[in-house]
Design a protein around this ligand. Sequence first.
Ligand code: COA
Length: 374
Amino acid sequence: MHRAVISASSLYTAPHTISNAELVAAYNSYVGEFNASNAARIVAGELAALEESSVDFIEKASGITRRYVMDKAGVLDPQRMRPKFAPRANAQLSLQAEMAVAAGGEALAAAGKSAGDVDAVICAASNMQRPYPAMAIEIQRALGIRQGHGFDMNVACSSATFALELAVNAVRCDSARSVLVVNPEICSAHLAWQDRDCHFIFGDVCTAVVVEKRATATSANAWEVLGSKLATSFSNNIRNNAGFLSRCEDRDPADRDQLFVQEGRKVFKEVCPMAAEHITHHLASLGLAPTQVRRFWLHQANLAMNQLIGRRLLGRDATADEAPVILDEFANTASAGSIIAFHRHSTDLAAGDLGVICSFGAGYSIGSLVVRKY
Ligand code: COA
């Protein structure tokens, strides 16, 4: 068995920013138009008037202040309220692949690796632009990786950590010298921007991570993976029913369940204890305690969730240094969240420092990696 390390990470940031004020102004203008054009039915009691959103609520309930998106105009247009992307010909690089190639190329450069060193590409995200051919194979070709293989996988917000476990095992067992994991998340395209309960939640981004043998790692920010642990437990509390059968069920793509739907309060209540317990057990299986961990790079969905998990782990509030938050700037970026936190907040730590990367989300799914700076 080889020892596996995360030898580099990188971050592709989507080109546009939407502040909460911009988002709420667009949403409230949609509400005004909806209520005005349905005034008679609302007065007759046939339809409920929509209520306005508020910046204060969003910041208090989630900790999010802004988000990056691949298209801003379409999202903020009250007549449209979804991103607008130009269709691309098959000969052109796909949108998700474009993000992943940018992030993947940077991660390889940071690891000091070339295309010839990579034996597998895993494209792991909560939504895939198409069922096939795999996005990963298109990314593999675009990066000039001629050997090895690529495949896609989706475990919603845990896609990245689940992919990292596969990558680590491939390197440990010598089925790959190094593996590139990419997480192109275009969450803006599965978000119901007309839904006041969740219109503020998501943003777009792509992260990439290189996993390789410890013996070949040369980067200054290499983290040995001491262990990984995955867990799932079925829940309908975060769900998206869009799929290839939707057409055969004569579903309207505008049906609310064809996009992200959640029972936010239930998710909050159920997932926080699961995540804290998962991390504690994972650390214990390696003979470690949460208090020995220098930094937790947690999934970034909601500030209060991360604070609660931090308290459960440490028996006190975790400091921003112990459990850094990036969701104020990026919002929830599904599987990429914990990797952004790792990418932004790992180079300052010293050799020997311990860290935990942990995701949690739809499934439910939880994935953790315990790492030590090499
Ligand atoms: N603006 C103003 N008020 C709003 C609002 C908005 N955009 N959205 C909801 N409200 C109101 C509600 O109508 C409700 O009003 P009421 O008390 O008069 O009934 C009140 O605010 C509370 O709404 P609620 O939905 O219960 O808020 P919350 O405190 O549970 O926060 C979430 C909502 C989504 C931020 C929170 O539940 C959460 O983050 N859950 C976990 C989500 C998660 O991690 N999901 C994973 C996705 S991968």
